[in-house]
Design a protein around this ligand. Structure first.
Ligand code: GDP
Length: 142
């Protein structure tokens, strides 16, 4: 049980639908501290680079278009087993398969507009955090 950092994004659908506060509250209630946060609008280039692992998938263009369709809120979450805890809170990628009580089960609209992104491994978390934040932008909570 290690203290980890992970990257979370509140996607454009959840921002538009007014769920920023409720989603951030779920992190805090589950011992994931918010140690960096910002609201930004992704450029197409940023979205393509961020999701480059999916560049050959049929849904890639839709995914990039969606991620640029409105502002997102990007945060670094810190806590014990943060990567796995956040993935559990998020629920399944497809909201139709996500359990009620998970963020996607409760707030997502579709597999494209699925409310949140969360890093899926510690290695990816480190890369994704660096994609959005300089070390100097991440707080040290003690
Ligand atoms: P995640 O880690 O649960 O977000 O899922 P992935 O990393 O596998 O996929 C990234 C994002 O691409 C997902 O959150 C979805 O928005 C989208 N996506 C993944 N699989 C599909 C799919 O089969 N169809 C569509 N339309 N979008 C998908």
């Amino acid at each position: 049980m290690d203290v980890e950092k992970t990257l979370s994004i509140i996607k454009p659908d959840a921002v538009k639908n007014g769920y920023i506060g409720e989603i951030l509250s779920r992190f805090e209630k589950n011992n994931l501290n918010i140690v960096a946060i910002k609201m930004i609008s992704l450029t197409a280039q940023q979205a393509q680079n961020f999701y480059s692992v999916h560049k050959n998938q049929p849904f890639f263009v839709d995914l990039v278009t969606f991620m640029c369709s409105g502002p997102v809120v990007v945060q670094v979450l810190e806590g014990i087993d943060a990567v796995a805890v956040n993935r559990k809170l998020m629920g399944a990628t497809d909201p139709k398969k996500a359990d009620s009580g998970t963020i996607r089960g409760d707030f997502a609209e579709s597999i494209d507009a699925n409310a949140v992104h969360g890093s899926d491994s510690l290695e990816n978390a480190s890369e994704e955090i660096s994609f959005f934040f300089a070390d100097s932008e991440i707080s040290i909570l003690s």
